[in-house]
Design a protein around this ligand. Structure first.
Ligand code: UD1
Ligand code: MG
Length: 467
């Protein structure tokens, strides 16, 4: 039987250098809170539970995380008030941890650690030994140093930068802040902590010297990918990690065949799933859950959120799509934009065309329907092959209620029409340009609702009097 894993995530610190009212671990990277990245990684390890230690902004952090915690992971919160150091933080979690497990200690502000790295650390720990994740850094200033018996030899201690001698400060191998430790040993070692050090804090890192004193081996899993252990302390570091995250995401998409005009100019803040032969031009932002079918092309400068775009559809430049909760569906071979706006509940069938400055909200358009210029379709049901003229709108809102407009198959709506809902335009009918339609129209009929044209022959225009 593999030893159960319990994760402890330290997230009580203030994050002073963020200079923000928002608790540090709630700042977003790739559209998700830093702490959520850590929790999702823990869920990938099939951990038994995750205990999050909160302090600064505790209520806000807990509320944000409870809102949509991964179902597979028991999420618990313990508060650390006041914050007396990382050892003191983990002490607060002990009552939630059972002795049969291994405790994996993570930080809520280190978002890019990969599950396979943590798995390797857990394998090294093997349910028995203290295992530290370490890294050699060109500039280790500020970090805890891994002190070894001799170069490359047994680990003896972690010495914090502020407590380190000049000689120890020359050590480039640092402690990442991540360790795996058998819980029953952690419990005994945490009892022995004191705060007799340069910062007057209870250092978690002191347990290393207790392990050594007890004759237990301390193992180090040294990695070379610094991003995986990089913490966020300032807006500059947050932006740096965001770029690394986005680049890794872009590389993963390209590896499975997606063609990006420039991987440095793509931002995915959520999940983007692409079929074969998808092409994405520069400066596109994807949010929430977006899926792009085979052969979809996305033009430059599009923002697309919570939408599903079927095979062969083309979204031209500067299009904004946001499905929010209801979602947006774009059918096979549809042409959208440039400068189109698709809002929640827009469901477009195959080969629909939505052109420039056309807004569609909570409306279904059947196969081959077209609205190519300057139009609004809200709360509408539009049949196959309908042609919806430039400048036409559904007047769907009476100031209190929303009403539906039904446009049956093969209707042609001329330019600049106002369709006052609720109203139904019968199949195959034609609506004369400039009409304000307030009553249902019969199938096949031409309906015109506007002032009759009057022409006065030989009209003489007024002329300016000479001065
Ligand atoms: C810690 C390590 C150091 C390591 C570095 C890696 C200790 C004593 N030192 O130092 O060896 O190189 O991380 O980044 O552990 N926190 C709490 N409660 C507290 C104090 C901190 O929850 O009372 C949380 C912070 O919010 C943060 C994490 O613990 O998420 C690390 O704390 P931080 O103050 O950044 O530790 P460092 O001094 O950087
Ligand atoms: Mg730190």
């Amino acid at each position: 039987m593999a030893t159960p894993i319990d994760v402890v995530i330290m997230a009580a610190g203030k994050g002073t250098r963020m200079k923000s009212a928002l608790p540090k671990v709630l700042h977003r990277l790739g559209g998700r809170a830093l702490l959520r990245h850590v929790i999702e990684c823990a869920a990938l390890l099939s951990a038994r539970k995750a205990v999050v230690i909160t302090g600064h902004g505790a209520a806000e952090v807990e509320a944000a995380l409870n809102a949509d915690a991964p179902a597979s992971l028991g999420l618990q919160f313990v508060r650390q008030e006041p914050q007396l150091g990382t050892g003191h933080a983990v002490q607060q979690a002990l009552p939630q941890l059972a002795d049969d497990g291994v405790t994996l200690i993570l930080s809520g502000d280190v978002p890019l650690t990969q599950a396979n790295t943590l798995q390797a650390l857990l394998d090294l720990c093997a349910g028995q030994q203290l295992a530290l994740l370490t890294l050699a850094m060109p500039d280790p200033t500020g970090y805890g140093r891994i002190v070894r018996e001799n170069s490359g030899g047994k680990v003896l201690a972690i010495v914090e930068h502020k407590d380190a001698s000049e000689a120890q400060r020359q050590i480039s191998e640092i402690y990442s802040g991540i360790m795996a430790v058998p819980t029953r040993l952690l419990r005994t070692w945490l009892r022995r902590l004191d705060n007799q050090n340069a910062q007057g804090e209870y250092y978690l890192t002191d347990i290393v010297k207790f392990a050594v004193a007890d004759g237990l081996p301390v193992l180090a899993h040294q990695i070379t990918d610094a991003a995986q252990v990089a913490g966020v302390n300032s807006p500059v570091q947050l932006a740096e990690l965001e770029r690394i995250y986005q680049r890794r995401n872009a590389d993963a998409l390209m590896e499975q065949g997606t063609r990006l005009a420039d991987p440095a100019r793509l931002d995915v803040r959520g999940q983007l799933v692409c079929g074969r032969d998808v092409e994405i031009d520069v400066n596109c932002v994807f949010e929430g859950h977006v899926s792009l079918g085979d052969g979809v092309r996305i033009g430059a400068n599009c923002v697309i959120a919570n939408a599903s775009i079927a095979a062969g559809a083309v979204v031209h430049a500067f299009t904004h799509i946001d499905g929010e909760q209801l979602g947006v569906e774009v059918g096979e071979g549809a042409l959208i934009g440039p400068f189109a706006r698709l809002r929640p509940g827009a469901k477009l069938g195959a080969e629909v065309h939505i052109g420039n400055f056309v807004e569609v909200k909570n409306s279904t358009l059947a196969k081959g329907a077209k609205a190519n210029h300057l139009a609004y379709l809200g709360d509408a049901t539009v049949g196959e092959r309908v042609n919806y003229g430039a400048g036409s709108i559904t007047a769907n809102y009476d100031g209190a209620n929303k009403h539906r407009t039904v446009i049956e198959a093969d209707v042609h709506v001329g330019s600049n029409c106002v369709l006052i809902a609720p109203v139904t335009l019968g199949a195959g009918g034609t609506i004369g340009g400039g009409s304000t339609i307030t009553k249902d129209t019969a199938p096949g009929a031409l309906s015109v609702a506007r002032g009759k044209q009057v022409s006065i022959a030989n009209w003489t225009r007024p002329v300016k009097k000479p001065r």
